[in-house]
Design a protein around this ligand. Structure first.
Ligand SMILES: C[S@@+](CC[C@H](N)C(=O)[O-])C[C@H]1O[C@@H](n2cnc3c(N)ncnc32)[C@H](O)[C@@H]1O
Length: 190
């Protein structure tokens, strides 16, 4: 058995090539993307949110699993990097690109969402309760990069440790940590 993905979004290679040219090294890895697509397919017609669009690799994977009537809102602080995602995925009417600080977006967001892929500090290391508050019961919550990454700043490990330590005490999620790919937590809102 190997764990290489068995499918690949059409736009992915072009997104990764543009991300590489732009010096953006934080796209999700393929195994994580494949899991995102699989989980996305379990929410037909669902409302999805991604915090931290990056160059759009995660969005492409999510979209490849989403049904035609599902909707993804993807939020990114940096318009330059999000421009790559917009260029390659802007044709997909299911995806709404928001250029904003996810912290601000969380203040104004109205749920319920059926799926959250959180890939920046707000909604993960900050304001987890606010993110969970806009998820429907049964919604999935996925975070990655919980194992040390080359792109981490020097002071990042304590944030990850604190997140993992508090997780069992969070009342409204059932979470499974996974030492797989970049290190994931897959959780369901209860
Ligand atoms: C790990 S990358 C995202 C990768 C992408 N989700 C994927 O799967 O390919 C994290 C992104 O979050 C963005 N970011 C950082 N802080 C943010 C914030 N406060 N609000 C929104 N985006 C933020 C960064 O600019 C970066 O593009």
């Amino acid at each position: 058995m190997h764990d290489a993905p068995t499918f690949r979004p059409l736009e992915l290679d072009a997104i990764l090539a543009d991300a590489h040219r732009a010096g953006f090294a934080m796209s999700c890895e393929d195994r994580t993307g494949s899991l995102l697509a699989t989980l996305a397919a379990s929410k037909p017609g669902g409302r999805f949110v991604e915090l931290g669009s990056g160059a759009g690799a995660g969005s492409a994977w999510l979209a490849s699993g989403m049904s035609p009537d599902a909707h993804l809102t993807t939020v990114e602080l940096d318009p330059g990097v999000q421009a790559i995602a917009r260029r390659h995925l802007g044709h997909d009417p299911r995806i709404e690109f928001v250029t904003a600080d996810a912290d601000t977006w969380l203040t104004e967001a109205t749920g319920p969402f059926d799926f959250a892929y959180v890939d920046c500090r707000p909604g993960k290391y900050l304001r987890l309760a606010d993110l969970l508050a806009i998820l429907a019961p049964g919604a999935l919550y996925v975070v990655d990069d919980m194992l040390p990454q080359a792109t981490w700043p020097d002071d990042h490990q304590p944030r990850v440790d604190a997140f993992m330590e508090q997780l069992p005490e969070v009342p409204n999620v059932r979470a499974t940590p996974m030492r797989w790919a970049s290190g994931l937590v897959v959780a369901a809102r209860v």
